[in-house]
Design a protein around this ligand. Structure first.
Ligand SMILES: [Fe+2]
Length: 381
């Protein structure tokens, strides 16, 4: 082992949200996983996160609490009043901010980060993020007082030529409970790829633990790129082995808020045509082994957002030194909804620069069964 000096760091990372079986040779050690390391991390992290969620759930209605623990998601239609929705919708459609793009298969994702640089010019976004009902639901779901990282995001399905989008395979984001939320500005249906979730798949059943145990050994040996990075993909056979329910596609109206525990299996649903959906999207991920439920303070939020901004610029620089662009690179757009047709055309003509593209390398063996599993699902509403 020529990276022996990294071993102490890898050991410390076992008790953090680190999830990569390839980058961390302790987490990815096949013998340790045969001895149950991965399963132990699951059980411990889920226990701590459950305690944290209960701790911060004092002001959550019992039926919402029960539904989230049972299903792994909350759906709230008509989250804003009509006038609030119209003002917010108008603001994000006319935003003038830095936009970053990621290409995954044939899908483009455009994002504006909602931070100190953008929020001063976006009062409606600020008001939404500060709403008491929004913060308390996110707190409960993430087991943390800390604010989530927030973006305006547009997913543009089939906007470029490419293999299928790997985010359209059912997967678990990581080994521990973790939270994402979507507040939709568009009506969502099969047309523009509804968020899709397997109800109850966030729970640690014995069958799930047995599957996680087998999977941790197989990815320690040789897994597809995404599973080896700690986001386990599932096949039809896996779903059967775990007795999972059919996936539910969230065909919802604009002005609906969805919050989900993305340890549960989920994906971007398939879109039947070239189409897009725009959302206010948040992510909350903290150390699942820490019993400390974070702090809600503007300074903490600022430091968190600055760290993300610094990391993005670092990756930009690194990619630039290789003569490439980073996976989340800045594009010439003012907001996520404007037509970037010309920009896309330019980039296709210079497709040799697409070294950043994520997702083109998922082995078809792991993609096809998961897609087949998805395709058996019905639109649930
Ligand atoms: Fe995901």
């Amino acid at each position: 082992m020529n990276k022996i000096w990294l071993v102490p760091i890898w050991i410390v990372q076992v008790f953090s949200q680190s999830k990569s079986f390839t980058k961390n040779k302790v987490i990815g050690n096949v013998w340790l996983n045969r001895a149950g390391l991965h399963v132990l991390r699951l059980v411990l992290s889920h226990s701590v996160m459950r305690a944290r969620m209960l701790l911060v759930s004092y002001n959550i209605a019992p039926d919402i609490k029960r539904a989230y623990f049972r299903d792994g998601f909350i759906v709230i239609p008509d989250f804003l009043s009509q006038s609030e929705f119209v003002r917010l919708d108008n603001e994000i459609r006319h935003a003038d901010a830095e936009v970053r793009e990621c290409t995954q298969g044939d899908t483009l994702t455009h994002r504006i980060m909602l931070d100190d640089n953008t929020l001063p010019n976006m009062p409606e976004c600020t008001a939404t993020l500060n709403r008491r009902d929004f913060t308390k639901l996110n707190r409960f779901a993430s087991g943390s007082f800390s604010r989530p990282i927030a973006y305006i995001q547009t997913i543009k399905n089939h906007y470029i030529d490419g293999p299928p989008d790997p985010q359209k395979n059912l997967h678990s984001d990581t080994f521990h409970p973790t939270t994402k939320s979507w507040f939709f500005f568009d009506d969502v249906s099969e047309r523009n790829g509804p968020f899709t979730y397997v109800p109850g798949s966030h729970r640690l059943t014995l069958k799930r633990l047995a599957w996680e145990y087998r999977k941790s050994i197989s990815v320690s040996n040789d897994g597809d790129r995404y599973s080896a990075n700690g986001s386990f993909r599932i096949t039809d056979a896996d779903a059967k082995a775990m007795d999972l329910a059919p996936p539910k596609a969230f065909a919802v109206a604009a002005n609906t808020l969805v919050i989900a525990n993305t340890h549960g299996f989920h994906c971007r649903g398939n879109a039947s045509e070239r189409s897009s959906r725009t959302e206010l999207w948040t992510i909350s991920r903290s150390n699942p082994f820490s019993p400390f439920p974070g702090i809600d303070h503007p300074l903490v939020t600022r430091v968190q957002n600055k760290a993300v901004g610094w990391w993005r610029r670092h990756l930009d620089k690194k990619a630039e030194n290789r003569g490439a662009v980073s996976s989340w690179h800045i594009i010439a757009a003012r907001n996520t909804v404007e037509d970037t047709e010309q920009h896309v055309t330019d980039r296709i003509e210079h497709s040799d620069t697409r070294t950043h593209t994520e997702g083109a390398s998922l082995p078809s063996g792991s993609r096809t069964p998961a897609t087949a599993y998805y395709s058996q699902s019905r639109m649930a509403r």
